[in-house]
Ligand binder design. Structure first.
Ligand SMILES: Nc1nc2c(ncn2[C@@H]2O[C@H](COP(=O)(O)OP(=O)(O)OP(=O)(O)O)[C@@H](O)[C@H]2O)c(=O)[nH]1
Length: 859
């Protein structure tokens, strides 16, 4: 191989001697070109590298080119020998050295890694062995325990038998029997009584010797396979592993570790908390298993289930055990534990205003009285003049004392709500109009108050009326065990006129006096709890609940659980529409921010966090659903409702109703009132009752169940109205509850089967029986009593026994059909589809009237 390079200057004909500094043999050659131009060209000749082992070099290192030259360095000599430049040699030496170092480093790393792996493997092996030993030990211990128990039982049995044997026989026992409770030697199986009897006591096999430990990596191994010279020579050296083998080993180790991990996972048993019901998904989460695995397991059991399907506790327990975990069953109701917080210390309690409920008969002046005391006119704004729902208000007296009033309506339809009102009430004021006296709902109010154990104050109202007679009222009350102070009793009675604002001070005085006696106290410095008084879905504000705080202070931003709803209190508003920052004990306030409208009477409580709130409401919703599913008048999903309606066709005529109301209280009250009307024969059933306007889905539900829609202070939207018209669904609108109830009563009355009333009209005796062709048998009779009419009902009596009942086909007198035959006259009679008539039989004649019935309901 040769390279040519231009050399511009000198021309030296001879070949230049080789110098040590140049790595290539070179010389210059003169090149001649045309026109007398010439140029010197350096010719380099690369020598082929000859690598020879040092010993085998034929010539001495210095021979040849270096012949007469002075002393040359060793490296230069070596370089020359190798046919390379000294620099190259050095570079190579360096590279060689570096490679060696790298190799050493890599080897050390490999070794360290191998060592780490070995240690890991050893550790795992040790653990496995320990686990195996533990399991073996456990099994052995169990087996021994079992054997011991068996032996004990056997011994006891033998001792018993022995005791039963006659004395003589007992005297020569072959061997001493083990006494009960005496420990039986465990180690010798033959010593057991069962063995003595020739039986075989099953014992655990002696623990097998631990399996021979496999030689560990790093330990001297026993030689295996052929012994070759190479192997013998290299025997003691640490053999360097090939990269592929290291890789293979690593791969194997990884696999082993993965498998180990899987085993460990299977072995890691957890305690899974299982409530009464749980979704498959949740159960899988609690077990930290995959949902798919649980579904697969259920499939193997023949159950096709999805992640959201509910499992009962038994099924959940089975699954948990199958997956190798332990079960801790808890009652779902546990989530409610500690919800209301601890009881208050005596020292934390401070006085609180009383909660007063005004009850009384319709139009005795409840609203007027309340109005008079708080000077806000709510009477005029009410439809039909009736208070439609419980409202709660607080009044501040001149003295600065406060009284919280619950305004409950007087109609019986609201008695359920009133009962709730009494529950949170400290004092009940029963309003009795002095001109009207004690009326049915006055009595009902008294019983509600008494049942709740709440003190009563009687307000004899309308005292301004000329016909007012307070004494009459007080005397009437005696009948119902209300003995007022004036008559030597303990109940305060105040004469008032709501209209003329007379006697109001006396009434408030009576209330504060009663409150003092009751020593009403609460701790304001704690999380609030209380009761939902009313709730509604407000178009602009969303769900709004009127609550009454019983203990603590409700603040804006609190997380509240109210019945099965929860939310963060966005705003607190009082009865005057003013925003509040907080509401202390017995302060009524509307709360905004709940995710739905809770039911009136539901308790509410402030909880620590959203998680807890969610947990509780979810549980309550589940409970509600279950209760709905179980109850016969349950509200449920559309499908469920329909299937129940279809299957529930029984003896009773049922009028299904869909009720939509403006507030939850109305819906509930209507439902109660309507269901109260139901008798054994006819029943009005509210298949669906809810707050809000009428939607298309309501119409569809009503249509499919043949129910009219009762709308109380709500209206249908356009789509719903059109759909109702198209499908012929009746929507009845009401704003006065009396009208609604009257209407439902009329409908129910219409459904009552008319009563069959039978009237006896006469007797006829058969004197002769004629057999007339084409007509059949005809009885020749004489009317012995009353009258016989054409088409009347007849009973054939033979020896005073009714042998036939049917209708009269013909009534003739002298061959002519007549409308009636009177007593003492003779006539011919034939029966419809009956001919077994004989002389001497008696015919009883009667008429049947169908009488329309009215529903008799008290409310
Ligand atoms: N003369 C007179 N009339 C009164 C008095 N108090 C109430 N009234 C009248 O009695 C009627 C009924 O009064 P309300 O306050 O609506 O009676 P209520 O008990 O709240 O009635 P409901 O809400 O329908 O149960 C109204 O016309 C009142 O004006 C009173 O002290 N004197």
């Amino acid at each position: 191989m040769s390279d040519t390079k231009n050399v511009n200057s000198e021309s030296d004909g001879g070949r230049k001697p080789l110098s040590v500094g140049r790595g290539k043999d070179s010389g210059t050659v003169k090149q001649s070109f045309s026109h007398g131009r010439s140029k010197q060209v350096v010719v380099e000749k690369k020598k082929k590298r000859i690598t020879q082992p040092a010993g085998k070099t034929g010539k001495p290192a210095a021979a040849g080119a270096s012949g007469g030259k002075p002393k040359v360095s060793k490296a230069a000599e070596l370089a020359k020998k190798l046919g390379i430049t000294e620099a190259e040699l050095r570079a190579r030496q360096m590279a060689l050295k570096k490679r060696e170092e790298d190799e050493k480093k890599r080897k050390a790393e490999d070794e360290a890694r191998a060592e780490a792996q070995r240690r890991l493997a050893e550790e795992q092996e040790r653990r496995q062995q320990e686990e195996e030993q533990r399991v073996e030990e456990e099994a052995r211990r169990k087996a021994e325990e079992e054997a011991r128990k068996k032996a004990e039982a056997e011994a006891a049995r033998l001792a018993e038998e022995e005791a039963r044997k006659p004395k003589a026989e007992r005297k020569a026992p072959a061997k001493r029997e083990p006494v009960r409770n005496e420990p039986v030697p465990e180690a010798e199986p033959d010593a057991s009584p069962l063995a003595e009897l020739g039986g075989r006591v099953k014992r655990a096999k002696p623990a097998a010797p631990p399996p021979a430990k496999p030689a560990r990596r790093g330990e001297p191994k026993r030689r295996q396979g052929k012994l070759t010279i190479a192997a013998a020579l290299d025997g003691d050296e640490v053999r360097q592993r090939s990269l592929a083998s290291v890789r293979r080993a690593r791969e194997k180790e990884k696999e082993r570790r993965m498998a180990g991990q899987k085993d460990n996972k299977e072995k890691s048993s957890r305690e899974v908390i299982v409530p009464e019901t749980i979704t498959l998904q949740e159960l899988a989460n609690r077990m930290t298993e995959r949902v798919a695995d649980v579904v697969k397991f259920m499939m193997k059991q023949g159950e096709m289930m999805r992640a959201n399907d509910m499992l009962d506790a038994d099924m959940a327990e089975l699954i948990v055990e199958e997956f190798g975990h332990t079960v801790k069953r808890v009652s779902e109701a546990d989530v409610e534990i500690g919800l209301e917080g601890p009881d208050d210390d005596e020292g934390d309690l401070v006085g609180r205003p009383p909660v007063v409920t005004i009850m009384g008969h319709v139009d005795h002046g409840k609203t007027s009285l309340l109005d008079a005391m708080r000077s806000t006119d709510v009477v005029s704004g009410e439809a039909g003049g009736i208070t439609q729902h419980i409202g709660a208000y607080q009044v501040t007296l001149e003295s600065g004392d406060k009284i919280t009033f619950l305004d409950t309506p007087g109609h019986a339809a609201f008695s359920a709500m009133r009962a709730r009102g009494a529950d949170i009430t400290d004092i009940v004021i029963i309003v009795v109009a002095a001109d009207d006296g004690v009326m049915p709902q006055t009595i009902e109010a008294i019983s509600h108050a008494k049942a709740a154990g709440v003190p009563i104050i009687i307000a004899v109202n309308k005292i301004d009326k000329p016909e007012a007679d307070a004494n009459k009222v007080l005397t009437e009350l005696l009948q119902y065990d209300i003995q007022v102070e004036a008559m030597g009793g303990e109940v305060q009675a105040i004469e008032v006129s709501a209209k003329e604002k007379m006697g109001l001070d006396n009434l408030t005085e009576a209330i504060t006096l009663q409150a003092e006696i009751l020593e009403l106290q609460a701790n304001p410095d704690r999380d609030a709890d209380g009761v939902v008084v009313e709730s509604q879905l407000d178009k602009g504000r969303g769900p709004v609940a009127t609550v009454l705080v019983k203990r603590g202070t409700l603040k804006r931003g609190d997380i509240v659980v109210a019945g099965s709803q929860w939310g963060k209190v966005r705003a607190l508003v009082n009865e005057r529409g003013q925003q509040l920052k907080e509401a202390g004990p017995t302060v009524p306030a509307e709360i905004l921010g709940l995710d739905g409208a809770p039911d009136p009477g539901d308790p509410f409580v402030v909880v620590d966090n959203e998680q807890r709130a969610r947990e509780i409401t979810e549980y309550r919703i589940r409970m509600k659903k279950q209760a709905r599913g179980a109850g016969p008048t349950a509200k449920a999903s559309l499908e469920q409702m329909l299937s129940r309606l279809q299957s529930g066709a029984g003896e009773t005529s049922e009028a299904p109703l869909v009720v939509k109301g403006d507030v939850q209280g109305s819906v509930e009250a209507i439902t109660q009132a309507v269901e109260k009307m139901s008798t054994e024969e006819v029943r009005a059933r509210v298949i669906y009752g809810a707050v809000g306007g009428i939607s298309e889905s309501d119409v569809l539900l009503a249509q499919s169940s043949g129910a009219p829609i009762i709308a109380f202070n709500t209206r249908a939207n356009k789509q719903a109205r059109e759909l109702a018209e198209r499908e012929g669904v009746e929507i009845r609108y009401y704003s006065v509850i009396y009208d609604l109830i009257d209407d439902v009563r009329d409908t129910l009355s219409g459904m009552l089967a008319p009563e069959k009333r039978e009237t006896f009209i006469g007797y006829a005796e058969i004197l002769e029986v004629f057999n007339i062709t084409k007509v059949g048998k005809v009885a020749g009779c004489r009317v012995t009593e009353g009258v016989v009419k054409r088409g009347c009902g007849v009973r054939l009596l033979r020896d005073d026994v009714v042998i036939h009942e049917g209708m009269l086909k013909t009534l003739k007198r002298f061959k002519d059909e007549v409308p009636e035959v009177k007593e003492g006259n003779e006539c011919g009679m034939a029966f419809e589809r009956y001919e077994d008539i004989r002389v001497g039989d008696l015919i009883e004649c009667f008429q049947v009237e169908m009488i329309e019935r009215k529903l008799e309901v008290t409310n």
